[in-house]
Design a protein around this ligand. Structure first.
Ligand SMILES: C=CC1=C(C)c2cc3[nH]c(cc4nc(cc5[nH]c(cc1n2)c(C)c5CCC(=O)O)C(CCC(=O)O)=C4C)c(C)c3C=C
Ligand SMILES: [Fe+2]
Length: 484
């Protein structure tokens, strides 16, 4: 049977076709159309009634595991394939189907926004911190000592809570993260709609409400048929996007619905033109507030991670961060903004070494070197949160002014900036065609990146440390001091 095609249909993996306006392929009693998002809907005209069929990104009609449910009375299988070449061939679509009651499910696209979450009240702070430190992607104990994870989390969260509470109290008594993320979700829905993609947006937080697990339950209840997962961290780290994706992977392993659901994960997106340009716009705007904009040092401050993540566990975070800064600076240069810039890492916790240089140390050095004007740019996160509102705006500002810096500015987080949200929407649209069942993909196991000796040494040191921490009151109080 010959298929007739109008428009340009490309069901391949690349997003090449995305600039095009969609297409229609007719194939006997089947008519397929691809929308801007690359999702293809096919209708089979049976007994004069059009029934929708859904094709996966590979162009294959999905079987019973996924989207096309067939009733037991269906006697003949429909084999439908649409290829991405210019001559589409429709194969073996049985004509003599009688009494077919196949009920195909219409495509329902979901977008899952992953974020960290934050305590909404001061009473939430300690349990929030417990959730954070109980995450094996935040405190990476050797596998054999994972049984200590929760007691250790209890200990650290209890000691850290008073200091964290002070921080949250100073920004109004709680984290603004949930509100901002909800606003971003709404804005994304509108942006997607304007790009002809109807999608339901879900927010899944790693350490506080609404938890990723809740979002995932809702996705299942809503019978989403294709899912794009978008962590709201521009750069990938084991401790952020990696941790949230791991939660998802664990659910996928257990749940047949998710195992068969086509999912596309956007692991990092700092390199997207829309993001880079939006950041450059914000920087230019804030530079213009200074009386001598060209003399201002652009000071990128990223959330740090312990050095071992990058050195031993292969976390690409530092590389991606450096790449990201280079792209933003290149964009600024192309606009004629030639300011000096520097990158430093903030918000370290605990006694281990984190990525260097540290924000507080660099601020002091810059002041001593005679830098007079500085524009702080938070770069690892796209919402205002405790580390922008308290750490940068209060602690670092004060430190900078004490160190001799006279003019201080700070670039706001991207939030709902329209060019940024529009770019996120493009990222979702581009990711849809590569959605595939996660169950068949290999989970990145960062533990295996460590060599054996290193692993054994860590195991030994970890156990000694855990032993003393749990049993020695004097060490506990010393540890408390390092955490504050
Ligand atoms: C890219 C962003 C982030 C990375 C990487 C990251 C790693 C990381 N964080 C901690 C410990 C804490 N983080 C805390 C808050 C917090 N962290 C991020 C982002 C990243 N963390 C955000 C956006 C927030 C703020 C959430 C909010 O409530 O507004 C906290 C709690 C606050 C505090 O007590 O300072 C801790 C603790 C570790 C250990 C880590 C990497 C291993
Ligand atoms: Fe953090």
């Amino acid at each position: 049977m010959e298929c007739v095609r109008s428009g340009a249909l490309d069901l391949g993996r690349s997003g090449n076709f995305l600039g095009k306006s969609g297409s229609t392929t007719s194939c006997g009693k089947v008519r397929c159309s691809t929308n801007l998002a690359g999702s293809t809907k096919c209708e089979q005209n049976l007994h004069g009634k059009a029934k929708p069929l859904l094709l996966s990104a590979s162009g294959k009609a999905r079987g019973t595991s996924g989207l096309v449910h067939r009733s037991p009375v269906l006697k003949h299988q429909h084999h439908l394939s649409v290829r991405s070449t210019s001559t589409d061939v429709c194969t073996t679509f049985d004509e003599d189907v009688k009494g077919v009651s196949s009920h195909a499910v219409e495509e329902k696209v979901g977008v899952l926004l992953l974020n960290l979450g934050g305590p909404e009240t001061l009473n939430d702070v300690q349990p929030f911190l417990f959730n954070l430190f109980a995450d094996p992607d935040i405190i990476r104990l050797p596998r054999l000592f994972r049984f200590l994870q929760r007691p250790l989390a209890k200990l650290i969260s209890t000691f850290r809570a008073p200091k964290s509470k002070e921080g949250y109290a100073s920004i109004g008594g709680g984290s603004p993260l949930r509100k901002i993320t909800d606003e971003q979700a709404n804005a994304l829905k509108v942006a997607l709609k304007s790009k002809n993609l109807e999608a339901d947006i879900y927010v899944g937080m790693r350490y506080w409400y609404p938890f990723t697990e809740e979002a995932i339950d809702q996705i299942k209840k809503d019978k989403i048929t294709k899912l794009v997962v978008l962590p709201l961290y521009p750069q990938y780290s084991i401790s952020t996007s990696g941790s949230s994706i791991r939660v998802l992977q664990n659910i996928v392993k257990e749940d047949p619905y998710f195992a068969g659901l086509p999912i596309s994960i956007i692991e990092s997106w700092y390199q997207r033109e829309g993001y880079v340009k939006s950041m450059a716009d914000l920087i230019e705007k804030e530079l213009s507030v200074f009386s001598n904009p060209e003399e201002v040092m652009i000071f990128f401050s990223a959330h740090g991670v312990p050095l071992t993540y990058v050195k031993d566990a292969g976390d690409p975070y530092r590389d991606q961060m450096e790449d990201c800064i280079a792209l933003i600076m290149e964009e600024l240069k192309s606009r004629g903004t030639l300011n000096d810039h520097t990158l430093a890492y903030q918000s370290r916790v605990g006694p281990v070494q984190w990525l260097k240089p540290y924000t507080d140390e660099v601020l002091v050095e810059l002041g001593q070197k005679g830098v007079k004007s500085l524009l702080a740019v938070p770069v690892s996160f796209v919402s205002e949160h405790i580390e922008t509102l308290e750490e940068i705006d209060m602690e670092y500002r004060e430190l900078a002014l004490e160190s001799g810096i006279e003019n201080w500015g700070r670039v706001p987080a991207l939030g709902c900036t329209s060019s940024f949200i529009s770019d996120l929407a493009d990222a979702v649209v581009e990711a849809l065609p590569s959605a595939s069942a996660m169950a068949t993909r290999k989970v990145k196991d960062t533990d295996s990146d460590m060599d054996m000796m290193h692993y054994l040494t860590k195991m030994f040191l970890g156990s000694v440390l855990a032993f003393f921490l749990l049993l020695s009151p004097r060490l506990v109080s010393a540890f408390r001091n390092t955490l504050q």
